[in-house]
Design a binder for this molecule. Structure first.
Ligand code: ADP
Ligand code: F6P
Length: 324
């Protein structure tokens, strides 16, 4: 039987992502219109255990839809990985009258949310990560802003790379996933895209292609390298030594996680956040809001965590055809 929920909490957890504020705003305003009270839990599970809990109303989220980062701050919390930490988290929720929580984050945050749910706190997850690496959903909040930020930076590097007739290795985020690298690779017209899911480590083949491209008159050679492969600086040194072509490495880093969210991120975040609040209002728990096959849906947590995701073949094969 569905549990009646009167007060919900909302938290952001794991790496921040542009659009998280739009999601928080949607949770707060939808919950209020559903007749619920809302509390903000600061700094993810760490803030929950520290009882950093604030009352939120409609005005708490005013002027936030356009802001990057997360107004609730975010953190990673080792203590919440333990059974004692989880039990204390559930007790703190009960003490503050919180009977449902919206967790905005990635797979790790969902695992934590599953533990809270098992301890009697209804929970719903919203996908927030720039990495696009959550298997159950085709879209994660922050990805569009991050790839556009990276794309603009790479365009600029391309200008100087062409002027100096250099090779450039540009490392983009994605510790375990190559989606940002793949999209930038296609969107920036890169000569090489190195993805953790596909890279075979054959650096000599890259060197041969660089030499061949220079013979054909290419003025630059842009290599997009995903963080999951890394070692961009040493790779640049080896390529320069082997080709005789000046080679520079740029690691874009955390600039990809900041900035005002794009319209796409604001809209997806608004719909997903709003759906999450509605699901809690209906007494649901252990659900993840997702975007699949052109529709917004909600999926059981256990099923969601069991799903696998890989780079779509069509993107990879097209990127290969266009790299000449
Ligand atoms: P993301 O949500 O982006 O995948 P993390 O993997 O860093 O980010 O997870 C965020 C937080 O979620 C962790 O710091 C921890 O507090 C909590 N968490 C992750 N995995 C678990 C787990 N198996 N059990 C309980 N809590 C977890
Ligand atoms: O937000 C996702 C992500 O950017 C990964 O691509 C990256 O590996 C990780 O976060 C780094 O996060 P932090 O520097 O905060 O530990």
């Amino acid at each position: 039987m569905a549990k009646e929920v009167k007060t919900i909490g909302v938290l952001t957890s794991g790496g921040d992502a542009p659009g998280m504020n739009a999601a928080i705003r949607a949770v707060v305003r939808t919950a209020i219109s559903d007749g619920l009270k809302v509390k903000g839990i600061m700094r993810g599970y760490a803030g929950l255990l520290a009882e950093e809990i604030i009352d939120m109303d409609s005005s708490s989220v005013a002027d936030t839809i356009n802001r990057g980062g997360t107004i609730l701050y975010t953190a990673r919390c080792m203590e919440f990985m333990t059974a004692d930490g989880q039990k204390r988290g559930a007790e703190i929720c009960k003490k503050h009258g919180i009977d449902g929580v919206v967790v905005i984050g990635g797979d790790g945050s969902y695992r934590g949310m599953g533990k809270l749910s098992a301890l009697g706190i209804n929970c719903v997850g919203v996908p927030g990560t720039i990495d696009l690496d959550i298997a159950c959903t085709e879209y994660t909040i922050g990805f569009d802003t991050a790839v556009n930020t990276a794309m603009e930076a790479i365009d600029k590097i391309r200008d100087t790379s062409t002027s100096h007739e250099r090779c450039s290795i540009i490392e983009v985020m994605g510790r375990h996933a190559g989606y940002i690298a793949l999209w930038c690779g296609i969107g920036n017209g890169a000569e090489e895209i190195l993805l953790p899911e596909r890279y075979d480590g054959d650096e000599q083949a890259i060197i041969n292609r660089i030499i061949d491209a220079r013979k054909r008159g290419k003025k630059h050679y842009i290599i997009i390298n995903a963080e999951g492969i890394g070692h961009s600086t040493s790779m640049a040194r080896r390529i320069e030594a082997a080709t005789g072509i000046e080679t520079r490495a740029t690691i874009l880093g955390h600039m990809q996680r900041g900035g005002s969210p794009t319209c796409k991120d604001r809209v997806y975040a608004s719909i997903m956040g709003s759906m999450a609040a509605d699901l809690l209002a209906e007494g649901k728990t252990n659900r993840i809001v997702a975007y699949r096959h052109g529709d917004y849906v909600d999926i059981d947590l256990v099923e969601a965590l069991a799903m696998q995701k890989d780079i779509p073949d069509v993107y990879y094969s097209v990127s290969k055809k266009l790299m000449r």
